[in-house]
Write a protein that binds this ligand. Structure first.
Ligand SMILES: [Zn+2]
Length: 164
């Protein structure tokens, strides 16, 4: 479903978005030794534009956010949704000169959060000073997991996108 503002799903960018998602999933699968099938079960999620979620609050400066669509029950896993800020991601892609790496780093970051929430390493509603530590951990894992799967030319962009 494409709506105004849903630019990454436009024909001009959808191929780059799909390649970036493949890289991000592969990176996180390798890091956590999980099976690709688990994106449909334990770690199920979908990917949409913030144009479809005008009500969702974003952290200041965030390029994407995870929403919990369904908390799940005993035998039904939770369901997550990664919401992308298309305009901001495209602008950063222009600035860095590598939209694929910008998207791969953003998606891998959100998938690392997702795996950590879904496997109960951290609570979904984490608040307070713990958030900063969690962000630091997630940025480090994002960099370490993506390094081996990105093309060599993407290294500088990756470092810039995951530093701090
Ligand atoms: Zn984060």
């Amino acid at each position: 479903m494409t709506r105004p503002g849903d630019k990454l799903h436009d024909p001009a960018h959808i191929g780059t978005l799909e390649r970036a998602l493949e890289l991000a999933e592969r990176a996180v699968e390798r890091y956590y030794a999980i099976s690709p099938r688990e994106w449909e079960s334990r770690f199920r999620y979908d990917l949409v534009s913030s144009a479809l979620h005008p009500e969702l609050p974003f952290h200041p400066g965030a390029l994407a956010q995870i929403a919990l669509v369904d908390r799940g029950t005993g035998d039904r896993p939770p369901r997550y949704r990664i919401v992308l800020k298309d305009e901001e991601l495209l602008a950063l892609g222009d600035e860095v000169g590598d939209l694929q790496t910008v998207l791969a780093a953003t998606l891998a970051h959100e998938l690392v959060h997702l795996v950590r929430f879904a496997s109960r390493r951290v609570p979904f509603d984490l608040a307070g000073p713990g958030i900063l530590d969690e962000e630091r951990i997630v940025r480090r894992i994002t960099r370490e997991s993506l390094e081996p799967v990105l093309p060599p030319g993407a290294r500088r962009a990756l470092e810039r996108l995951t530093r701090g």
